[in-house]
Design a binder for this molecule. Sequence first.
Ligand code: URA
Length: 434
Amino acid sequence: MLMVDIIRKKRDGGKLSAEEIDFFINGYVKGEIPDYQVSALMMAIYFKGMDDEETHLLTNAMLHSGEVLDLSMIKGFKVDKHSTGGVGDKTSLVLTPMVASCGVSVAKMSGRGLGHTGGTIDKLESFKGFSTAISNEQFIENVNRIGISIMGQTKNLAPADKLLYALRDVTATVDNMSLIASSIMSKKLAAGADGIVLDVKSGSGAFMKTDEDARLLAEKMVSIGKLAGVRTMAVISDMDQPLGRAVGNSMEVKEAIETLKGNGPEDLNELCLTLGSYMVYFAGAAPDRDSAYAMLKESITSGRALDKFAEFIAAQGGSACDVYDPENLPKASEALDFTAPSDCYVSSIMSEEVGNACLLLGGGRRSKEDVIDLSVGIYLHKKVGEKCASGEKVATLYGNDKKKIEEAYERIKGAYSFSDSPVEKNKLIKGIVD
Ligand code: URA
């Protein structure tokens, strides 16, 4: 088989066979097929697409390109959750202890942030001593003992995706539906859970800019999960403005803790309850979704979810005291307010620009090697539909370098639009694919 023939076939709109997909995935992982040929194939796929069967075959080839975790040593039904990535998205921090405190085993594999979106591992590292670099044995032991563990993706898990994602990132071929679906699902399926709940973001800060595209991506991923025999569903949620009010690693952790105490922002709270109710229901811990939703609400009011979060942080090297006293988390030294130009309503907030402002403050990575400043970020006092009085605080930027704060300030100013007349609030849950 020749790689050039596979590239030509896809370039001309042909359908790739299982043998052809296996050939290029195996050859690429072994280093036998060069980057330039795989780049050409990615671009051909970007333009010509892949049908559902090809997408499924690609997922399978990537899933079996390395280790597939065996979680059979964990008792009961294991659920995982994945978000396609957004700004201010700290749902995993809130959701996983809530679900675990309802007696459901949460075995979650997480990643780091790149570009304008943050990663759960970076956020969790705001806790001094906390680590997700744990062995498979420790991961399994923690889930069995306390019902929750979050681990960084191991080198051996879906290595084909790691190579392909890095290549797609620098060849402008990330935002193709089949490539995204197979990339995410190969990692999720290799991580071995029995159920997967997906949060597919739609809007200016997401890969999928329209609700129609987000639904298509959700349908593709749910179909891949089901074909693999894993219970899978997706919630399509709004990313036309950041989620919650805090953007930036330690600031998001503080907001997550407030949410676990019952004082979180409405949108974050609602999204966690919705995603969590599917996780609890899938695991059979509640007879229906409404009961699961009520159980999760109770996990907040009783303080069980917060205690579970503290237990989880301590089990992976952090200090439980930092959960109960988040003032110990990293804090920036300088602050600058962006205020309302007149009496008005917020009409839109470009999520991507808020993410970029955080990046400028030092809170994100431009390349994988960048070290991030966990203390910096932006607090959004006002969100879409909210009324502002002239001179009232709209957002506050927190940083450690005046020049960077001024640069980020311009981005925040540009990210906000205002209207003289009332504006409707964004709809948070845009659809369910089950
Ligand atoms: N996240 C992934 O893991 N892969 C993609 O292709 C896009 C987002």
